[in-house]
Design a protein around this ligand. Structure first.
Ligand code: AKB
Length: 304
């Protein structure tokens, strides 16, 4: 029986994983640095993943045998404070790996991101095994993490798995401090009749994935036999690609009449080093990855 700890559990992904595990009667211990405002319907403990002793205590107390380590400072927040971003992203990762080794935990999930790509990757359609030259501190930390996934899996016989998520779209829980966040902000503003100032240029195309696909895909991937997984660091996965302008037009078609004002900021420089589309054929071939929510299905969730 899996007994899962989630770090950074109150973030965009964590809350959705909790709902999934609750529905499937899987034991989950949610941890974060602040208390939830609502009932999560699972065990919850305040814990900072930077605090190795505290996490060690909780792993032992709750008999944990699987880790979903979701703590991360995302791309835009990372550029605001690169030293803090590196420290949090890398130290928490290292803590989790060393605690897993010491507590006999084999199975770990750790999200990577399209931020690992850079201007030397083919940004029109980034391959699984592209040249990776990330230019943000977030991307650099994700690339370092991917190399460590590969290294630790061999060195310590661990089963750490990772996916390169594109922008994740969710409406119940908002992301914080990312570059792809504009898509959620624009949809929600226009739906509520409020003008939206978009921090990316109208033609900036980026890959996106609806949260239900992200969660289901991750769970499917985590349950595949390890021998079938040819990619040893992190798999590309994606749903659909879109520009702010295309999204604006769709929202107008759906009856929204608020305006989008384009005023790009430093996040444009981040987006300019990220791919427009990514090739997820390795995930399709190795573990039958497939998404269900295209743009239409994603917008249907909010415009029912
Ligand atoms: C971000 O925008 O920083 C994240 C990501 C693509 O990893 N959503």
């Amino acid at each position: 029986m899996e007994r899962i700890i989630i770090t950074g559990a109150l973030g965009q992904l964590g809350r959705e994983f909790i709902k999934f595990f609750n529905k499937n009667n899987t034991y989950v211990l949610a941890t974060d640095i602040r208390s939830p405002l609502e009932d999560l319907s699972c065990d919850f403990e305040i814990a900072d993943a930077m605090d190795e002793k505290r996490i060690d205590f909780l792993i032992k107390k709750h008999n944990i045998n699987v880790v979903y380590h979701l703590v991360a400072v995302l791309s835009a927040n990372g550029e605001r404070n690169p030293f803090m971003a590196w420290e949090i992203n890398m130290k928490s990762f290292q803590n989790i790996i060393s605690l897993s080794i010491n507590n006999g935990i084999k199975k770990i999930f750790w999200p990577s991101s399209i931020a690992v790509f850079g201007t030397k990757s083919n940004l029109s359609f980034a391959a699984q095994d592209s040249i990776l030259n990330p230019e943000t501190i977030y991307g650099i930390s994700k690339l370092a993490g991917e190399r460590l996934v590969n290294y630790y899996n061999k060195k310590f016989d661990l089963d750490i798995r990772s996916l390169r998520y594109p922008g994740i779209i969710s409406f119940d829980t908002k992301p914080g401090g990312g570059t792809t966040d504009y898509i959620i902000e624009m949809i929600q503003s226009l739906k509520n009749g409020k003008d939206y100032t978009c921090f990316l240029n109208r033609n900036t195309e980026l890959p996106m994935l609806y949260i239900n696909d992200a969660v289901k895909g991750t769970i499917d991937y985590m349950s595949v036999d390890k021998q079938n997984l040819k990619v040893k660091d992190s798999y590309n996965i994606t749903g659909f690609s879109i520009t702010p302008n295309k999204l604006e037009k769709k929202l107008i078609e759906l009856g929204c009449n608020a305006k989008v004002i384009y005023k790009s900021d430093f996040r444009q420089d981040i987006a300019d080093t990220w791919p427009k589309k990514i090739d997820d054929s390795s995930a399709i071939n190795d573990w039958n990855w497939k998404f269900e929510y295209g743009l239409k299905e994603t917008l249907n969730v909010v415009f029912k």
